[in-house]
Design a protein around this ligand. Structure first.
Ligand code: GLU
Length: 423
């Protein structure tokens, strides 16, 4: 099996982009070099071998990681990714973005990320369960409800979280619900968690439209990715009156100029596993989705998809980053120069970790909240963060990303300064 570094050929390595974003924020905040060094590096990194006995009896070994970028403001928090592209630098970047995301929406958490370099589609459910349990056992010493709380990400889901929670609980001898979030409802998962990232994406997309003076019913959208984030984001946007013209997944893309029937598309994907062949739309080239003439472009798949070599094709007025790191630093500068409003990932997709926080609080309280409570508190946090970022941008200029990063980095640094340096 070959594992290649993600995006190596187009210079889109996510860690380079994450460090460049930090550098820009540090310059704008006039942060000293020592503090920049402190924030550039992960507090703790663990790299583990994950052996799997396959269903046919042979053994394969995968590489797994957990990076805790920062836990100065509270326990580390962030997802676990199962994807062939996973490597240490990718996990480092994603962990750093979690630190800023949690700080921006003022959750009492630091940032972490984990992953296993495996293509989950090539293995049986039983094999994925064994990989999950072994990976969890390997990182057991560094996770826990007050240490580091994993959650789903690309290639993992609520079932993965159930296995992680079970493995942790069995090894401790009692049930520990608050060790992971994004669990099934039956195991203490929160109402509203499954659609929370998408709700947040739609809320800020509508706020961005409002800022540009475009009514939802006058807007069109293209959504890249029809998984955990893109699928429900497309649905919520359509429910608000936006015509969702095109959607893609990892296999194909479909387009309908007057707007797709997103619910019917969802049923098609449930039945066939891909948007390909959806009878209510025309097929389109996968790469052409980014260049569609739409108001809103929502990249909701993986990092590095809008880069130096394809940014000139983007025609949308507003880009809402449903994924983590979908726009590289070079492309970001180009979009800003053209007046495209980019709603940055640490704001746009924060709905997931916000409701993860609610799930963790509910587990610690052993008290369930209603769906209404979850959704109204999610809305308050998302729109509160949107207002804070917009106000910061208006006051000090730059892009929404620069404003969001200034707020987040300043909060983390403030926590460091208050705690002091030990010894
Ligand atoms: N993986 C999601 C993210 O990137 C959620 C993380 C969490 O809930 O901890 O924000």
């Amino acid at each position: 099996m070959t594992i290649t570094a993600p995006h190596a050929s187009t210079g889109n390595a996510p860690l380079g982009n994450a460090l460049e974003q930090l550098r820009a924020a540090a310059e704008s905040l006039e942060i000293d070099d020592g503090s920049v060094q402190l924030l550039s590096q992960a507090r703790r990194e663990i790299s583990v071998g994950v052996p799997l006995r396959r269903d046919d009896g042979t053994v394969e070994v995968f590489r797994g990681y957990r990076v805790q970028h920062n836990f100065t403001r509270g326990p580390a928090k962030g997802g676990v990714r199962f994807a062939p592209s996973v490597d240490l630098d990718e996990v480092r970047a994603l962990a750093m973005w979690m630190t800023w995301k949690c700080a921006l929406v003022d959750l009492p958490y630091g940032g972490a990320k984990g992953g296993v370099a495996i293509d989950p589609r090539r293995y049986s459910d039983a094999e994925i369960e064994r990989v999950t349990r072994r990976y969890t056992s390997e990182i057991l010493p560094v996770i826990g409800p007050d240490r580091d709380i994993p959650a789903p990400d690309v290639g993992t889901d609520e079932r993965t979280m159930a296995w992680m929670m079970d493995t942790f609980s069995v090894s401790h001898g009692f049930t520990v619900q608050s060790v992971v979030t994004g669990k099934p409802i039956a195991l203490g998962g929160s109402l509203g968690r499954a659609t929370s990232t998408s709700r947040g994406v739609a809320l800020v997309a509508l706020a961005a439209l409002d800022r540009r003076g475009v009514a939802p019913t006058a807007a069109t959208a293209a959504v890249q990715g029809f998984g955990k984030v893109g699928r429900h984001a497309a649905r919520f946007l359509a429910e608000a009156g936006v015509r969702v013209r095109a959607v893609s997944d990892q296999y194909a893309a479909v387009v309908h100029t007057d707007g797709l029937d997103v619910d019917a598309l969802g049923r098609h994907v449930d039945a066939h596993g891909t948007v390909a062949g959806f009878p209510g739309a025309d097929p389109m080239d996968h790469d052409d989705l980014l260049g569609l003439d739409v108001t809103l472009l929502v990249p909701a798949a993986v990092e590095g998809v809008i880069h130096r070599d394809n940014v000139e094709r983007v025609r949308a007025e507003i880009v809402v980053e449903g994924a983590n790191g979908p726009v590289t630093t070079a492309a970001d500068a180009e979009l800003a120069a053209r007046g495209v409003l980019v709603v940055p990932d640490i704001l746009a997709n924060a709905g997931g970790v916000i409701v993860s926080y609610f799930e963790w609080v509910q587990a610690k309280q052993t008290y369930r909240w209603s769906l209404d409570t979850v959704e109204s508190r999610l809305r308050d946090r998302m729109l509160g963060a949107w207002d804070a970022v917009s106000d910061e941008q208006r006051a000090r200029g730059g892009t929404l990303r620069e404003a969001a990063m200034r707020i987040a980095v300043a909060r983390v640094l403030d926590a460091h300064r208050n705690r002091g340096l030990y010894p």
